[in-house]
Each structure stands twice: as C-alpha cells, then as structure tokens.
Design a protein around this ligand. Structure first.
Ligand code: DAH
Length: 336
C-alpha cells in the first residue's frame, strides 16, 4: 500500500507537468481526484489494511490527496493566465476601449447656433454683467420707478440698487453708452428671476438679446431679420406671425410666433391647441431710451429683440422639465 501511494505521488508530479491545456488538466482531475479516481480507489482499500497500520497509511493517503489537489490548483492558475494572455495578444478583432470625451451642454449648443446665424448677418457678440444696477436693468430701459412692468420680473435684489439682472436688455444700454452708432450686436447670457421653481420655470435661465441702431432702420427690417433667423434656425418652411405686445423699452412692440413644429400647427398640448409657439419679444427702440444714452432720437432709429433659450432647447430635444438642464447629471448630458 505504501509503495502504491509513493508510486502515485511520483506519477501525479510527472503528469501535472505534462498538462498543457485546461482540457489536459480536466483529464488529470478525473483520473486522480474525482470520486472514482485513483486516489479515491486507494481510500476504498484502506479497510483491508491492518488496524495497527491504518493510521499511518491513512495519513499518507491524506497527504497524497492534498498534495495532488495543490498541484492541480497551481497548474490551473498558470494555465488560465496564459490562456488570457494569449487571447489578449491574438484577438485583434476585439473592439477598443472607448474614452468618453464629453459634449457641449444642450443650452450651449442652442446658444452657439443662434450666435452663428446672427454673426453671419453682421451682428457682433457682446456680453454684460450678471450683477446689475437698477438703473441699467430698469430705469434706463424706460421702466418708471413704480411701473407695474417691474412686477412682471420678480427680481433678486442684492441691495436697494443692486440686483441680479432679470433680462439681457440692460446690455443694450451698456453698449449704447460706450459705442457710437451704428451698433449691431447680440448678447447671449444668464438671467435670474425670483420665481417659484417648477418643471416650467427656474430661478436662472438664458436669453439672447439683439440690438440694431442706425439711421433709417425700419420695422420691416426687424421683421426681415427675424424671419431670416427663424427660417435658418427652425426650418425654411415654417409660418410665422407678429402680434402686438408691450415692453417699456420698445414702441411699437411685438411678439413673434412660429407654427408649432411638434404638431405642424394642428394644435397640441405644447402649443396649448393654438398651433403657434411664441419664440421672442421685439420692437422699435423707444425714443425715451435714446435720451438715457445720449443718442439723437431724431436722427437714429433701431430695433431690439430678446428670446429665451431654455424653452427653445426643451422643445427641440423633447425635454419636459427645465430643472434637468441645471442638474449636471452626466447620464443626461452625455446624450447630447
Ligand atoms: N427683455 C424682455 C424679457 O425679458 C424680452 C425682450 C422683449 C427683449 C422685447 C427685447 C425686446 O429686446 O425688444 O421679457
């Protein structure tokens, strides 16, 4: 019995070295370690050994079994490693690991498109401060101190005269204060309003303002420019309309609507069954505004317009909650 154990020990040591693949190794396992393998067979014959010898032989058998198991385990680790190394080197068809490179925020994408269209029409892009004073945000835009239109724009005040701008229109004043006419600018930027936060409104959003002042600028030029913009930005086949409106700094004032591109004008939930979507406010600059900046209102005329960016972006991409635009959740952003 002892010789047999010794013989098996040598055999397993030789054979394990000959195992060149996982299949070889499996045959080895079946031959020696399985329930009907050579080692189990020897255990079965233990009952024939004399009681005096049994503890010694039993111990030797146990050692043989654990030794063989260790040989098997070590060989398995080695073979698995080399299998992996081989496939990694050889399998050139595996797709490479992609690095995610990030993308522009959907609001930035919309802003860029709008800027590009107006830039090609000859507008300069300018910026203004987000922390404004009452004078530029309201007074010089012809909002009298107790004018109800001030209530339309729930304002975050920092002090009595300092506030977070509620629209990009104050930059009109800043441009005219520092530049001689003609001026032709667009102003993208953030604006702030102290509103109840919901799926439709947020305390912060973006606008693009436009201003064109020169001699002899007419309302039909305003219409022509905005229609050219809308056809490029939305689609050349959209229909549009201008409705009379009111803003303190323009006279006359209007709002521009385009056919709802979600229902093609048939009427849906988004356009509130009207078939139209309001896209911007505009008008001819009120002569009162020229007085504040020292422009000659007898010689000059011009137009202004302003549009919100969030709503346009939400409509384009089918986003139904404005707050998600400000969460900075990568799972949302990486779709754009
Ligand atoms: N500032 C206006 C607002 O926030 C939008 C606006 C309307 C801007 C008419 C203009 C304009 O320049 O002419 O509601």
């Amino acid at each position: 019995m002892k010789e047999k154990i010794e013989e098996l020990k040598k055999l397993t040591e030789v054979e394990i070295a000959n195992c060149k693949s996982l299949t070889d190794l499996e045959s080895f396992r079946i031959k020696y370690l399985a329930r009907k393998g050579s080692i189990a067979e020897l255990f079965d014959t233990l009952k024939n050994v004399s009681p005096e010898e049994r503890p010694v032989v039993g111990k030797a058998l146990n050692e043989l079994r654990s030794n063989t198991q260790r040989l098997f385990d070590e060989r398995k680790v080695l073979l698995e490693m080399s299998v992996n190394v081989e496939t990694k080197i050889v399998d050139l068809t595996l797709p490479g690991r992609r690095r995610w490179i990030g993308s522009l925020h959907p609001i930035t994408q919309t802003l860029n498109e709008i800027k590009n269209i107006f830039f090609r029409m000859g507008f300069d892009v300018v910026f203004g401060p987000e922390i404004e004073d009452d004078y530029h945000n309201f007074e010089a835009l012809n909002f009298p101190p107790d004018h109800p239109a001030r209530d339309m724009q729930d304002t975050f005040f920092i002090s009595e005269n300092v506030l977070l701008r509620t629209h990009t229109s104050p930059v009109q004043i800043r441009v005219m204060e520092t530049q001689k006419p003609p001026v032709r600018v667009i102003v993208p930027g953030r604006v702030y309003r102290n509103e109840a936060i919901s799926a439709r409104s947020y305390c912060l959003f973006h606008q693009v303002e436009g201003l064109y002042i020169d001699e002899g600028v007419t309302f039909s030029e305003l219409k022509g420019t905005l229609v050219a913009f809308a056809k490029q930005f939305y689609s050349s086949s959209i229909k549009f309309r201008f409705r009379p409106s009111f803003f303190p700094f323009t006279e006359p004032s209007a709002e521009m609507d385009i056919t709802c591109f979600l229902c093609s004008g048939k009427g849906c939930r988004v356009c509130k069954q009207s078939g139209w979507l309001e896209i911007l406010g505009c008008g001819m600059v009120d002569p009162n505004v020229y007085k504040f900046v020292g422009y000659d209102s007898e010689k000059l005329s011009g137009y202004a317009f302003g549009m919100g960016i969030e709503r346009i972006t939400m409509l384009r991409y089918g986003i139904d909650d404005i707050r998600i635009l400000f969460d900075n959740d990568v799972r949302f952003l990486k779709q754009f």
